[in-house]
Design a binder for this molecule. Sequence first.
Ligand code: HEC
Length: 300
Amino acid sequence: MRRPELRWRSAAVAVIAALSLAGAGAAGVVRAADAAAGGEHAIERQDWSFAGFTGQYDKAQLQRGFQVYQQVCTACHGLKRVRFRNLAEPGGPEFPEEAVKALAVSWPYQISGVLDDQGNPIDRLPGLADPIIGPYKNDVQARAAQNGALPPDLSLITKARNVESHAGWYSQWFFMLRDMVIGYQEGGADYLYALLTGYYDPPSSMQMTEGMNYNVAFPGHQLAMPPPLSKDSFVEYQPESGVKGSLEQNARDVTAFLAWAADPSLDGRKQLGWQVLLYLAITTVLLYLVKKRIWSRVKH
Ligand code: HEC
C-alpha cells in the first residue's frame, strides 16, 4: 500500500501542475485580449543583438545609433555620463579617435562655467575628456524652453525605464520565471523602441491637453515630446553602410546606442562570465579527480 504522505505529495504536484497550465493559458488569453484592443498597452519585444546571456553590441549599429542621436536627439537631450573619448573605446561604437576629437570641438554646445586666468567663468569648446552635453545649462532653462516639460538626460534612460507587465497576479509569476530562464533584461530598450515608434492620432474618446502628443507606449499616453522621428522625417545613413534609414531602423539603432551608453561594459562582462564558468567547470573536474585519487587508498 502507498504511504498516505506520498499520496498527499502527488496530489500537491498535480495541483501545482494544473495551476501552471492555467497560468500559462490565462497569460495567453491576456496577451490575445491586449492585441485585440489595438495593442494599446502591449509593448512588443524586439530582437536585440545584445540580448540574453551571450548577446553583444553590434558596432555598426551603435555607430548608426550615434548618428541618429547626434542629428535628432541632441536638439533637446544631453548624454552627460558619456564622454567623447568613450565613443572611441573598445566595446562601443569604436569611432576612430581623430574623428571623435574633431567631433568634440565641433559640438554645437560649449562647456560652461570654466574659469579663465582672471577667475571669470567662460565657455569653452569640449575636448575628448568632456561629457556629451545637451543644449541646456540647467533644468530651469530646459523647462522654460520646452513648455514646462523636462527632457531627461539620456545616459541611463534604458536602465531607468522598463516594460510594465499587464499580466494578472495568477500569471505574473509564470512570466517572471520565463524571463529569468531566458535572461531577459532588455525591458528598457523595448520600451524606448515602442516610445519612438508609438506616435499616433489620439482616439476620439481621449481629451488631449494642449501641446501634448499621443503616444501608445507612454504611461498615460500624453507626452510633451513631439515625435522626434516619423515616417517621412528620419535620418538617412551613408550608402556604404548598406542599411536604409527609416523610422523603425532609426528607432532601433538609437535605442541600441542608448543601451550601450547606459551599460558600456556589457560586452566584456558577458565574455568574462563565460570564461569564469569554463574555468569553474575545469576546476570542478580537476578537484573531483584529485579527490578520487587521495581517497583511493582509504578502505570503505
Ligand atoms: C524638440 C525636443 C526633443 C527632441 C528633438 C527629442 N526629445 Fe525626447 N523629450 C523631450 C521632452 C520635452 C521630454 C519630456 C516629455 C514629458 O515629460 O512629457 C522628452 C522625453 C523623452 C524620453 C522620456 C520618456 C519617458 O518615459 O519619460 C525619452 C526616452 C526621450 N525623450 C528620447 C528621445 C530620443 C531617443 C530622441 C531622439 C530620437 C528625442 N527624445 C528627441 C523633447 C525632445
